[in-house]
Ligand binder design. Structure first.
Ligand code: PLP
Length: 372
């Protein structure tokens, strides 16, 4: 326990919080760009960005200046009034994706729930009972799960009663898995044939993370709806659902709402984020991703097979760890001053802030070789 923390923070938290998370015994007190500093003043290189949240660097100056300026002007009014920044932000999203209309909420889960609601309302309006959805866990009735990247399974389960397909272009939590071009083409074909919407969950892979403005742009595929959150506020909670006008214009006041959605401060943060997201940044993301991948390929362990497949798009990278639990690797990297993530069965996942440079990637490569 550090002298910079009051009492036993770990015990206090364990006694007072619902135990939904297994946490590392560490407290970070400040951060800048891709560096984190713990309560002992030790520096860490961040290769996680929260979980792809502080993608534009911790305490990004432009974003934080925008937040501070907005904070003292006005923070909240209800969505019963016009909030000008919402339109600015929507136009910026359109510029980087497709001409659409946007609904703002506060998280990725909410943005997907909203998309689901829009898809069902759209389907039911086309014909009663057209409300089956493919691609999410079967937690809700009439939602079916399609085998990952299986065009045959998708085709088998499709029908005229399907209102939407939900998918990630590059799955994050399952271990960084890009879908194939053939699968994306099948989604387009079947959605058109059966008049279903294509909903791309861009919460993790969107906003530059996968080396494009949005992950779907790697594919020949035109979504009707994209959902986003995580990187959009660079740490300030904001989610968005961006919808083609033909679908958006069928929605009516009262069908859906979010109390906090699109408040002034969240929108100011996101507008500052969108200003930073340009072709030059994408080039840097792809270059750094490439370099980071080369560190895995250079490992003796990669050649000997104790590191399995490495999958990457932009600065989303997943490396399957073969002969030991990935949790051990993550713990050992943390001891060496590197914050990393797990995903899927046994995948080491890296989602570093876009500010990362070859210097930190070199240091990570050395640490990884040591740990493995
Ligand atoms: C994190 C994540 C979500 C959920 O976002 P929350 O903001 O935690 O609700 C949804 N979809 C994807 C792909 C994600 O990575």
């Amino acid at each position: 326990m550090s002298e910079n923390l009051p009492g036993d923070v770990f015990q206090e938290c364990d006694e007072t919080l619902v135990p939904f998370y297994k946490r590392f015994h560490k407290v970070f007190l400040h951060a800048k760009d891709h560096f984190l500093y713990d309560s002992n003043g030790r520096e860490y290189i961040d290769l996680a960005a929260g979980i792809s949240v502080t993608s534009f660097g911790h305490c990004n100056k432009q974003v934080n200046d925008a937040i501070k300026k907005q904070l003292d002007e006005i923070l909240h009014v209800s969505n019963l009034f016009y909030i000008p920044g919402q339109a600015v932000l929507s136009r910026m999203i359109s510029e980087k994706s497709f001409d659409g209309k946007t609904f703002f909420c506060n998280s990725g889960a909410e943005s997907n729930e909203t998309a689901l609601k829009i898809a069902r309302m759209t389907g039911n309006a086309k014909s009663p009972g057209k409300n089956r959805v493919k691609g999410l866990d079967p937690l809700l009735p009439n939602v079916e799960f399609v085998e990952f990247d299986s065009a045959a399974d998708l085709e088998k389960k499709f029908g005229d009663d399907v209102c939407a397909v939900f998918m990630e272009a590059i799955q994050g939590e399952s271990g960084i898995r890009p879908v194939s071009g053939e699968f994306a083409a099948k989604v387009s074909e079947l959605a058109a044939k059966h008049d279903a919407l294509i909903v791309m969950d861009e919460v993790q892979c969107g906003l530059g993370r996968a080396g494009k403005y949005f992950g779907y742009q790697w594919y020949d595929l035109q979504p009707h709806i994209i959902t986003m959150a995580k990187s959009l506020g660079n740490g300030i909670p904001i989610g968005a659902v961006h919808v083609v006008p033909e679908v958006a214009d069928k929605m009516q006041p009262g069908m859906h709402a979010s109390t906090f959605g699109g408040n002034y401060v969240a929108v100011a943060a996101a507008v500052a984020v969108m200003k930073l997201l340009d072709d030059e940044l994408l080039a840097h993301i792809n270059e750094m991703g490439d370099y980071l991948e080369s560190k895995f390929e250079a490992l003796d362990e990669f050649k000997s097979g104790s590191v399995g497949e490495v999958r990457r798009k932009g600065l989303m990278i997943g490396a399957d760890i073969v002969k030991r639990p990935v949790a051990e690797v993550i713990e050992a990297l943390l001891d060496k001053g590197f914050v990393t993530l797990r995903a899927g069965e046994n995948t080491l996942r890296l989602l570093p802030p876009y500010t990362i440079t070859p210097k930190e990637i070199d240091a990570f490569g050395d640490a990884l070789a040591d740990v493995l």
